[in-house]
Design a protein around this ligand. Structure first.
Ligand SMILES: *Cc1c(COP(=O)(O)O)cnc(C)c1O
Length: 375
């Protein structure tokens, strides 16, 4: 069976964990955390990077930092993972779902302005598959309306939009290091703070609402409760694991891109024959080969495709079930008009296995896809 995902290990993770163990620093914010945060700051140019337990946790911090109050609206795609919406709903926010573009499957920037109301506080573009949203347009809209932008760059590490790293363009950005992402620590994430006005409070929110970080830097002489917050920082064992991955981030990305490019070249004839549509990378974007998908003709085709691939011992999956028509989404959010692209593409998209180590078996996947779609 060729699995859909297989987490990649560099081989240095256990060594780093042994170092953290012998340092006897197991709580958060030790040397490995600092190295990881420094790497993120250097690689993305963000003002400050903070490791978190997950991208979900980073999004929850973002919702606190942009001060979402009950009834405040947040504009986001319906075609995304639940956390993009749930983080804001936890603070009483109302997700306002906007349709996606048919080419990149990213938030359709031409439909954002019509969804803005007096209650809109934030826009959350999701960089689907590590391909950048139209950030110049989105930032200009946000600027005109005085609202903040939080990039859900869960899938976007090592990608750029017009030469700027994803996650470093909005006021805040979030990464995921979940084992299904490119750079992993099992569970894990980071909050990137680009707006300097949010940096000090971000540390406080991450440290249970205390000024502990300032205290350890000697900036205040006692450490006390100053704001709301929670415990969003991972322990050093996670950071030690993550550091091994960050050190190999360039090589990991290059290998993923080679797998992606091989799929893309192999499926060109299928696209020409009208059997499947391949991913589209917008001009000015460098992507990170986070995922490879095909768009099939309809839901019945996709169901049959996944079944036939399973018969060939190859596990393919789909996502996302749109949030605007989900049970919770219907209760707490609202769609900005009809979302025809979301509803259509969510039924037709299928993801193929893409993981380091697939190289030797990728030919089998390509052969099976071709055979199943010729039938
Ligand atoms: C994976 C993912 C998340 C959640 O990441 P976790 O680290 O698992 O919390 C959020 N948004 C998007 C778009 C994702 O792909």
């Amino acid at each position: 069976m060729i699995g859909f995902n297989k987490p990649y290990m560099t081989g240095k993770e256990l060594w780093n964990i042994a170092v953290a163990h012998s340092n006897s620093h197991l709580a958060g914010d030790g040397d490995f955390t600092k190295q990881c945060q420094g790497w993120l700051e250097q690689r993305t140019g963000c003002r400050k990077a903070l490791l978190t337990h997950s991208c979900t946790a980073a999004l929850e911090m973002a919702a606190i930092l942009v001060d979402i109050q009950p009834g405040d609206e947040v504009i986001l795609p319906s075609f995304t993972f639940v956390s993009t919406a749930n983080a804001f709903v936890l603070r009483g926010g109302v997700p306002v779902f906007v349709d996606i573009r048919p080419d990149t499957l990213n938030l359709d920037e031409t439909k954002i302005e019509a969804a803005i109301t007096a209650r809109t506080r934030a826009i959350v573009p999701v960089h689907y598959g590590g391909v950048g949203c139209e950030m110049d347009v989105i930032m200009a809209i946000a600027g005109r309306h005085g609202i903040l932008v939080i990039e859900d760059a869960a899938q976007g590490i090592m990608s750029t939009y017009r030469c700027r790293p994803l996650g470093s363009i909005g006021h805040l950005g979030t990464f995921s290091f979940h084992e299904t992402k490119n750079i992993i620590s099992g569970e894990g994430g980071a909050l990137l703070i680009n707006d300097p006005a949010l940096a000090e409070r971000a540390e406080i929110v991450r440290e249970k609402g205390t000024n502990r970080s300032q205290f350890f830097r000697g900036q205040v002489d006692k450490y006390t409760w100053v704001d709301i917050g929670s415990s969003y920082l991972p322990g050093e064992i996670i950071a030690a694991f993550l550091w091994a991955q960050m050190e190999e981030a360039d090589a990991i990305t290059a290998r993923r891109l080679a797998l992606w490019d091989r799929y893309h070249a192999a499926f060109e004839p299928l696209e020409r024959a009208g059997r499947a549509r391949r991913p589209i990378i917008s001009d000015g974007c460098r992507h990170n080969a986070h995922l490879y998908y095909l768009l099939l003709r309809d839901l019945a085709d996709r169901t049959a495709f996944i079944e036939a691939m399973n018969q060939a011992d190859i596990n393919c999956v789909f996502h996302y079930v749109p949030l605007h028509s989900s049970p919770r989404g219907l209760q707490v959010g609202r769609a900005a008009g009809e979302l025809p692209v979301t509803s259509d593409l969510a039924d037709r998209l299928v993801r193929l296995p893409l993981w380091l180590g697939l190289e030797e078996q990728q030919g089998r996947v390509i052969e099976a896809v071709g055979r199943v779609l010729q039938e």
